[in-house]
Design a protein around this ligand. Structure first.
Ligand SMILES: Cc1ncc(COP(=O)(O)O)c(C=O)c1O
Length: 392
C-alpha cells in the first residue's frame, strides 16, 4: 500500500530561534490542578518496524484531564489574554484559587472559540475552572460525541451553518469588552492569541527535554509533528531548531486536507477549495494558521500527506506498544510507516536520516475520542464512515 506523497522543503534555515517565553508556559501549567508531565515511552518494536535506532513516543492521550494536548495552548493563551485584558495586570498567584481571585474584577467575562473538538473543549474547560462563560462555535456536521463533550464542560455550544472556516468567522464576531476570542488559528488582524497557543505547546517539548536529560539520553535526530493549522508543528520548530540545526523535522497531514503541503508548494498560504475530511479529524483544516505559516513553512524539512489507512495501522501498532491513540494521535507514526513502506520514498528517508542510528521522537497527540470506532479499528476493520471535519 502506498498512499503517501512527500514534499522536500527548500527553505529550511540553519537555525531557528523563536522561543521567546522560555519556560514561562511550563511554570504556568505547573500551577494548574492535576498537572503532571505526560509519559515519554520508548517503543523498541516501533523502532524495529521503521528501521530506525530508537523511537520515543510522548503520550498526550491524557493531559490535564482531557484526551489531547490542546489544553496546554488554550490555557496559556487564555491566561495571556486575561493579563492583557486587565488594566493593572493579574499579579502574583500560586494556585488556581488565587488566580480566580485575581481575575474577579474582570467578571462577567466570556471566552469564545471555534472548534470541532479538542481546542474548543479545552477552552470550555478553562472557562469552567476560572468562573468564566464559554461560547463554542462548531461546524454543522460535527459528530455528536464531540458536541456533547464540549457541552458537558458547561459551555454554550453554537452550531454554525457551514464548516470549520465559517465557525471561525462566527466566533470572531464575539470579540468585545465582555468576551475574549481564543482561537488556535490566526487571520489578518488576529495574531497574538494564536501565537500564545503555540507558546503554550512548548511545555510538551520542555518535558521531553527534561526527561531525556534525566535519563541521560541523547536528544532526538528526527521529530515528527502532525499538522492541522500548523500551530503544534510551529511549537516543535521553534523549540528544536534553536537547539540543533542538523535535526530533521517531518510534518504529516491527511491526503484530503494537506493545506500546509499545498501552501508550501504554492509558496504562499492557500485554502483548499474542497477539503476531503479524514478520520484524522484534528487535522481536517483547509487553511494554515497565518502565524504558524512562516515558522512551519521554513522550519519543517519534509511534508507528507497520507491516506487514512496509515492512521489505522499506526493506531494498531501503538496499541501493541501499550499506547492508546486516536486517529489524529497516531498520525505522526502513520507518516513514518507510509514512508518506510514505499521504495520510491528512499530519497525522503535518506533526507530525514531514517536509518538504524536515528533517534525518533513522535507525539501521540490524542487518545481515542470514539470508543466504538476505536474498537473497530483495533479489530482490523477500516472505519472510513467515521470521517469528521476539523477537531482543532
Ligand atoms: C489531537 C490533535 N493533534 C494534532 C493537531 C494539530 O495541531 P495544529 O492544528 O496546531 O496543527 C490537532 C489540532 O486540532 C489535534 O486536535
Amino acid at each position: 500500500m502506498r498512499g503517501v506523497r512527500s514534499l522536500h522543503n527548500q527553505g529550511v534555515p540553519d537555525t531557528w530561534n523563536l522561543e521567546r517565553t522560555g519556560r514561562d508556559p511550563l511554570d504556568f501549567h505547573r500551577r494548574l490542578p492535576g498537572y503532571e508531565p505526560t509519559p515519554l515511552t520508548e517503543a523498541p518494536r516501533l523502532a524495529e518496524t521503521l528501521g530506525v535506532g530508537r523511537v520515543w513516543v510522548k503520550d498526550e492521550s491524557s493531559r490535564l484531564g482531557l484526551p489531547a494536548f490542546k489544553i496546554l495552548g488554550a490555557s496559556w493563551a487564555v491566561y495571556r489574554a486575561l493579563e492583557e485584558h486587565s488594566e493593572n495586570g493579574i499579579g502574583a498567584w500560586d494556585d488556581l484559587e488565587e488566580l480566580r481571585e485575581r481575575i474577579g474584577p474582570l467578571l462577567p467575562l466570556a471566552l469564545a472559540a471555534a472548534t470541532d473538538g479538542n481546542h474548543g473543549r479545552a477552552v470550555a474547560r478553562l472557562a469552567g475552572l476560572l468562573g468564566l462563560e464559554a461560547r463554542i462555535f462548531v461546524p454543522a456536521d460535527m459528530v455528536a460525541p464531540r458536541v456533547e463533550a464540549i457541552a458537558a464542560e458547561g459551555a454554550a455550544v453554537v452550531v454554525v451553518d457551514g464548516g470549520y472556516d465559517e465557525a471561525v468567522a462566527r466566533s470572531a464576531e464575539e470579540a468585545g469588552e465582555r468576551c475574549l476570542v481564543i482561537s488556535d488559528t490566526a487571520w489578518p488582524g488576529y495574531e497574538r492569541v494564536p501565537l500564545w497557543v503555540i507558546e503554550g505547546y512548548s511545555t510538551i517539548l520542555w518535558e521531553v527535554e527534561d526527561e531525556l536529560a534525566r535519563r541521560g539520553e541523547p536528544g532526538p535526530d528526527l521529530v515528527v509533528a502532525q499538522i492541522g493549522v500548523g500551530a503544534f508543528a510551529a511549537a516543535v520548530v521553534a523549540h528544536f531548531r534553536a537547539k540543533r540545526a542538523d535535526l530533521k523535522i517531518l510534518g504529516v497531514e491527511p491526503e484530503g486536507t494537506a493545506c500546509m503541503l499545498a501552501s508550501v508548494e504554492a509558496g504562499r498560504i492557500v485554502s483548499l477549495p474542497a477539503p476531503r475530511a479524514s478520520i484524522m479529524a484534528g487535522l481536517n483544516c483547509g487553511t494554515p494558521s497565518k502565524v504558524a505559516w512562516p515558522i512551519v513553512s521554513k522550519g519543517v524539512d519534509v511534508f507528507v500527506s497520507i491516506e487514512d489507512e496509515w492512521a489505522r495501522r499506526a493506531m494498531r501498532l501503538l496499541a501493541s506498544a501499550g499506547l492508546v491513540s486516536g486517529e489524529t494521535g497516531g498520525a505522526g507514526l502513520a507518516g513514518l510507516l507510509a514512508l518506510a513502506d514505499d521504495a520510491e520514498q528512499e530519497p525522503t528517508r535518506h533526507l530525514l536520516g531514517m536509518n538504524g542510528e536515528a533517534n525518533v521522537l513522535l507525539f501521540n497527540s490524542e487518545g481515542p475520542t470514539d470508543p466504538e470506532v476505536y474498537a473497530r479499528i483495533m479489530a482490523g476493520e477500516g472505519a472510513s464512515s467515521a470521517t469528521a471535519p476539523n477537531s482543532g
